[in-house]
Design a protein. Structure first.
Length: 282
């Protein structure tokens, strides 16, 4: 029985040794070839949330729908904000007091000029009456300026009300495809909750870990060729290195590299494997 156990253990050890040799040979071959495998990601993969906490009123988009930048993709209940904006607009448009005060100032100004002329030429008006008119003119002018400044404040308050109303709409920050909708009308939505996902696959990037030797041969802005494991894209794609990590991962002893490339025709689906060849890398 012990002999059989020894033979079995020896066979297992030989199998493990053979597997280790094969893995080492594969690694050496990959390093000698200078080809590294990574995953293709969209550059813009956005989890979108609302600006304020409120009940959802409308979700005018669906999963799979393509949207343009600035398009409304979610609306929250905004009846109170609309009423406040309208109230601010009515207050701003009400110029009755300002117009009447301005007219009164002009009348007092005319009376003051006439009284001053009579006082200086004929003396038929007393100095006290002229002084009283001038004080009334100064008070009216001050009131007109006060009302003008109030109108400026009312304009600012209307702008704030319109901005508060605009915060109840969530707009697409860029063109792309809606790939996730996690909220429905009538549900509560709060800032920080990822409610929709927007993916723009027209620009992608290959995220790949390379050896330190290969990383030394790459620099940000360098042009490289990328291959993807997709029969629909048989030819290499020209890409640009956008990131070379300044540190080596302690667990894998590899360096993260990112290569960005255009995908305007959307032939490449993010998630596919991509390959980066670095000549002369060991």
């Amino acid at each position: 029985m012990s002999v059989l156990s020894s033979l079995f253990r020896a066979a297992v050890l030989r199998t493990h040794a053979l597997a280790a040799c094969l893995m080492a040979a594969t690694a050496v071959h990959a390093q000698q070839g200078g080809e590294f495998v990574g995953i293709v990601y969209p550059v813009r993969d956005l989890a979108l949330s609302v600006h304020v906490a409120a009940v959802v009123d409308q979700v005018p988009v669906a999963v799979g729908q393509r949207v343009v930048g600035g398009q409304v993709i979610l609306r929250q209940d905004s009846r109170m904000q609309e009423a406040e904006r309208e109230r601010r607009r009515v207050i701003l448009q009400d110029r009755s007091e300002l117009d009447s005060t301005e007219q009164r100032r002009r009348l007092i100004e005319g009376l003051t000029l006439d009284a001053t002329a009579l006082f200086e030429r004929a003396g038929t008006v007393s100095r006290d009456e002229v002084t009283k008119l001038r004080l009334e003119l100064e008070a009216a002018a001050g009131r007109v300026e006060q009302l003008r400044q109030a109108k400026k404040r009312e304009q600012v308050e209307l702008d704030l009300a319109e901005r508060d109303l605009a915060l109840r709409e969530l707009r697409a920050p860029s063109a792309g495809v809606i790939t996730l909708v996690k909220v429905q009308p009538g549900e509560w939505a709060a800032p920080g909750d990822a409610l929709l996902r927007l993916v723009d696959e027209t620009v992608c990037e290959l995220r790949v870990n390379v050896s330190p030797a290969a990383a030394r041969r790459l620099a940000t802005g360098a042009s490289v060729a990328v291959r993807v494991d997709d029969p629909a894209v048989p030819t290499p794609i020209n890409g640009r290195v956008t990131f070379v990590s300044p540190v080596i991962d302690a667990a894998s002893t590899l360096v993260e590299v990112r290569v960005q490339f255009p995908n305007a025709d959307r032939r490449i689906r993010p998630g596919v494997k991509g390959r980066l060849r670095v000549e002369g890398a060991l």
